[in-house]
Design a binder for this molecule. Structure first.
Ligand code: BTN
Length: 319
């Protein structure tokens, strides 16, 4: 009921009468009043005027399930939310929940992580209240070898959501970093549970630097936050909901072909590496070339100095 009341108040510009809320939700005035009080305690600024009703004046920047669900317009992506104050890593919690059989689209969000994981075993800084730390469970029926494509699908969704809500020109650094003004604002860590030829589930972990104002010395040149770049405070619940909307849309398009043929053009448009010189670092090689786009499988197409085209499917790319 809290989510429903919050949704009604969020979607209304003016006052909503107590009577209207009671009728719409089929509950008593006292029940409505209790929920309004609880929301006020949580930091929602709600004006209550007798004979007029309730009006939402401002919302706290929280990542509770009510805050997210009241803004969500999807069919299944993010429809079931598990929200925490603190976890080790949302990916770890997501894997436990997926093992228990939680359905596709289930979203795990935390206000803070104490063992945030980055790609290649790196640590992901996850301070309380200033970032988005979330993981979504997906269960595509396809071979495990294709799972990495979903990281690119998620990057596209995140990139669009960030662009929409901040007005910043966000770009993707292949395969899945979101960058603004050449600095990283978000990263994705996809993990897989699979049999040899069957995916049990995939967890797509997304970390966004939303309102961090300072970064450790070694990251200052490489990382930034949405607040630092836009000067605006971005509501985390709103950004989570928007990302889920784009993710549902792109994921559905991905499922039609089980590859990126439908999305590669859109992806290439926001690829920061497109037509730029890139240095590729693999386990046993390093070379430069010009990035030309991605293949249907999400591999980076690189034109070497001798004009040979090579497909890069893993490794680090530096711009
Ligand atoms: C990267 O190295 O760029 C990937 C970073 C992914 C961080 C997110 S935060 C939510 C989820 N939980 C984790 O422990 N990691 C991912």
């Amino acid at each position: 009921m809290k989510t429903k009341i919050l949704t009604i108040l969020s979607n209304s510009d003016g006052y909503v009468s107590g009577q209207q809320l009671c009728e719409q939700l089929g509950v008593s005035r006292t029940a409505v009043w209790k929920v309004i009080n609880r929301l006020k305690e949580e930091g929602y600024l709600i004006d209550s005027v007798s004979n007029k009703g309730y009006r939402l004046l401002s919302q706290p920047d929280v990542v509770t399930s009510e805050a997210i669900l009241s803004k969500l317009q999807t069919n299944y992506m993010g429809r079931q939310v598990f929200s925490y104050d603190e976890v080790t890593s949302t990916n770890t919690v997501a894997k436990q929940l997926a093992d228990e059989g939680k359905e596709e689209g289930t979203l795990i969000v935390s206000d803070k992580q104490i063992q945030g994981k980055g790609r290649r075993g790196r640590y992901w800084e996850s301070p309380k209240g200033s970032g988005i730390f979330m993981t979504v469970i997906l269960k595509p029926k396809m071979k495990p070898v294709y799972a990495s494509m979903l990281t690119l699908v998620a990057a596209l969704a995140l990139n669009d959501a960030i662009t929409d809500l901040t007005g910043l020109e966000a770009k993707i650094k292949w395969p899945n970093d979101v960058v603004v003004n050449k600095k990283k604002v978000a990263g994705i860590l996809t993990e897989l549970s699979a049999e040899v030829d069957y995916i049990n589930y995939i967890v797509v972990g997304i970390g966004v630097n939303v309102s961090m104002k300072d970064f450790p010395e070694e990251l200052k040149d490489k990382a930034t936050s949405l607040l630092l770049e836009s000067g605006k405070s971005i509501g985390r619940a709103q950004l989570i909901a928007k990302t889920m909307e784009y993710l549902e849309c792109y994921y559905e398009r991905f499922l039609k072909t089980h590859d990126l043929s439908e999305l590669k053009e859109t992806y290439s448009k926001v690829l920061i590496n497109k037509d730029q010189v890139v240095r590729i670092l693999t386990e046993d090689d390093s070379y430069t070339g010009v990035a030309r786009g991605i293949t249907d499988e999400g591999h980076l197409i690189v034109e070497k100095d001798n004009h040979d085209l090579v497909e890069v499917y893993s490794g680090e790319v530096s711009v």
